[in-house]
Design a protein around this ligand. Structure first.
Ligand SMILES: [Zn+2]
Length: 151
């Protein structure tokens, strides 16, 4: 269903190898289960492959055997993340065509987004890998000053 390839905006990416219907669970996010404390340490070291699993645990998907790690952030994503209690799934948010690059919003919050600038190239790119719900809190004048908003 999927293949790794050269991303349109960020190194390697994951692509639909065939048409995928909206709502399809495409790939699950595999990784080491780590405590919140360990997670905070690794995120401070700029590990951007850590996912919230539940109140006590996160998952570090930075291992190369985790195919889902190749899905890049986009501010206009075509996939979303779903937790079913045990697993983290990358789910198609739209009908995808063969050859389309998969993306989801990495969803950093206001406490850490500044360490994760975005260059996804989407028309609505906010300049950071920031969860959509926080975009209204972004200091617009600074983002403009840094040239992070597309013309
Ligand atoms: Zn972006």
């Amino acid at each position: 269903m999927i293949r790794v390839g050269t991303s349109g905006w960020a190194g390697e990416g994951l692509f639909a190898a065939e048409p995928i219907k909206a709502g399809t669970r495409i790939v699950s996010y595999q990784g080491e289960r780590i405590s919140k404390e360990e997670s905070a340490r690794r995120r401070a070291a700029l590990n951007s492959y850590i996912f919230h699993l539940d109140y006590a645990w996160d998952v570090d998907g930075s291992g190369l055997d985790n195919t889902a790690r190749y899905v890049n952030h986009s501010c206009d994503p075509n996939c979303r993340v779903e937790l079913d209690g045990k697993e983290i799934w990358i789910v198609a948010d739209r009908d995808l065509e063969a050859g389309q690059e998969l993306s989801f919003n990495y969803g950093y919050d206001l406490s850490e987004y500044e360490r994760f600038p975005c260059a996804c190239g989407a028309r609505n790119c906010c300049g950071y890998m920031l969860a959509r719900e926080f975009w209204g809190n972004l200091p617009v004048e600074r983002a403009n000053y840094e040239g992070l908003f597309p013309q």
